[in-house]
Write a protein that binds this ligand. Sequence first.
Ligand code: DC
Length: 226
Amino acid sequence: MSTGADRSWGVIAIDGPAASGKTTLARRLAEELGLAWLDTGAFYRAAALAVLRAGADFGDEEGAVEVVRPRVISQEGGRTLLDGEDVETEIRTPRVTEAASLVAVLPGVRRIMVRMQRRWVEERGGSAVVEGRDIGSVVFPDAPVKVFLTADSDERARRRLAELGDAPEASAVRESLSRRDRTDATRTASPMRRMPDAVEINTTTLSPDEAAGRVLALVRAARAAE
Ligand code: DC
């Protein structure tokens, strides 16, 4: 299999809950296949930051849509840009993390996000590794390879704790993860769910290399079946 840049891959959709290993996997795949990598969660985080900065109310969908609609959200070289400003560090703070799951329940905001994400991939020739919650179900339902990543909740909390530098309480991290999982999976607008044509991979005991190897095998099989 060629591992060089190939514009005919289409989208590799990686969905799953927080800290299931999506970003590690998506970045590896993108590198291996010479494709662009898009983290759609960062778009919701940037939208949430815009709403926070505007002092708008997350319960007022119209107000939030008014704030988000004129914004330009993008990703360049793994950095997230809000109207051209690099907000990559700010969108990873606990305050924005919690706000992102509130903004993500608003259908009007989701419609704007989906449009921006499709355009981003289109501008890169239509091929990319795209991670999120609704990629295989809503954003790119025709993606030739769809993966739904999972991992046990203890393992996900352990990974999130390892990422967070300032050693927060383990119980607070666990609570935050389960609250966000619940909001993401039970919201009416595009809830996180595994599509019937998505392959579920549980990464609890897999190394990043093993997880990437499994998806590369799926990519190879999808290419061979074309
Ligand atoms: O993956 P993440 O933690 O950066 O995502 C931030 C929030 O955005 C999270 O609450 C889930 C939501 N999200 C979503 O609803 N749809 C996506 N495609 C990506 C993220």
